[in-house]
Write a protein that binds this ligand. Structure first.
Ligand SMILES: O=C(O)c1ccccc1NCC(=O)[C@H](O)[C@H](O)COP(=O)(O)O
Length: 256
């Protein structure tokens, strides 16, 4: 029988940090876009990435999740746009997409972003990833992008091994945090995969950033409920662009 009274429980909950929110700006062909299931060709365009990023910053965001989709898909890159956006931000930036070797990592870190998110490299170049984790510590996060429990790389187009085996390897190498995306939910407004997030949090001590599917303030409240299990933040894309709620409302919901 538990000796924890409801009063003690509410005190414990109140001491937990609030869920961090990372509004997303995904850049394809110079434009801010949202995809469905991360599939190339499903783009809805939302105009200038810089304007979108400035909008989220002035609405009170403390983080920006910025993705170079062309670099992720191998269809070019948006380096100039990405540099311009990071330079204009007073807030922290997590940068993702096509960071796979020394050159792309150096260019990404040189933008001044707070951290980078490695995806494909963690699946295809494990030795290099172990090295950069050891060198750059918490400036490196790894994106675990899954269908079921199978990881996907190369812009989510190719299978890349088992989620939990890869997680165990990266944990042993000291990876600082994971960005976990259920590809089946991404860009669909169907709600995050809470079960997946819980299972990943149970398998690692490291913080987890949830990505994909957020559709409502209740989804954000549900993710806030997982902070004690290890969910540190939530990336929000489509819901903000589709005006399902405002960023101010989202920030208020996670502060409740
Ligand atoms: O992050 C990547 O490298 C990436 C590669 C290929 C396709 C999509 C990719 N990222 C998408 C995102 O990070 C989304 O912005 C994020 O999951 C938000 O999803 P949602 O809230 O469902 O729009």
């Amino acid at each position: 029988m538990s000796h924890v009274t409801p009063d003690v429980l509410s005190h414990v909950t109140a001491d937990l940090p609030k869920l961090e929110l990372l509004p997303a700006v995904d850049v394809r062909d110079g434009q801010a876009v949202r995809l469905v299931h991360g599939e190339s060709g499903t783009e809805t365009s939302y105009g200038s990435p810089l304007e979108a990023a400035l909008t989220w910053q002035s609405a009170g965001a403390e983080w920006l999740h910025l993705v170079d989709l062309d670099a992720a898909f191998g269809t070019g890159d948006n380096r100039d746009r990405i540099r311009e956006v990071v330079a204009a931000m007073d807030i922290r930036v997590e940068l993702s997409g096509g960071i796979r070797d020394d050159d792309t990592l150096a260019a990404a870190l040189a933008t001044g972003c707070t951290r980078v998110n490695l995806g494909t490299a963690a699946l295809e170049s494990p030795e290099w990833v172990a090295e950069v984790i050891a060198t750059y510590g918490d400036r490196i996060a790894v994106g675990l992008d899954v269908r079921g429990t199978t990881l996907r790389g190369r812009g989510w187009t190719r299978d890349g091994g088992d989620l939990y085996e890869t997680l165990a390897r990266l944990d042993a190498e000291g990876c600082a945090r994971y960005v976990v995306t259920d590809i089946n939910k991404d860009g669909t407004l169907q709600g995050p995969n809470l079960e997946l997030l819980r299972t990943v949090c149970a398998a690692t001590e490291r913080p987890v950033v949830a990505s994909g599917g957020v559709s409502s303030l209740d989804d954000l409240r549900a993710l806030s409920g997982l902070v004690g299990e290890g969910v540190e933040g939530a990336i929000v894309g489509k819901a903000l662009y589709a005006e399902a709620f405002t960023l101010q409302e989202a920030l208020a919901a996670v502060a409740e």
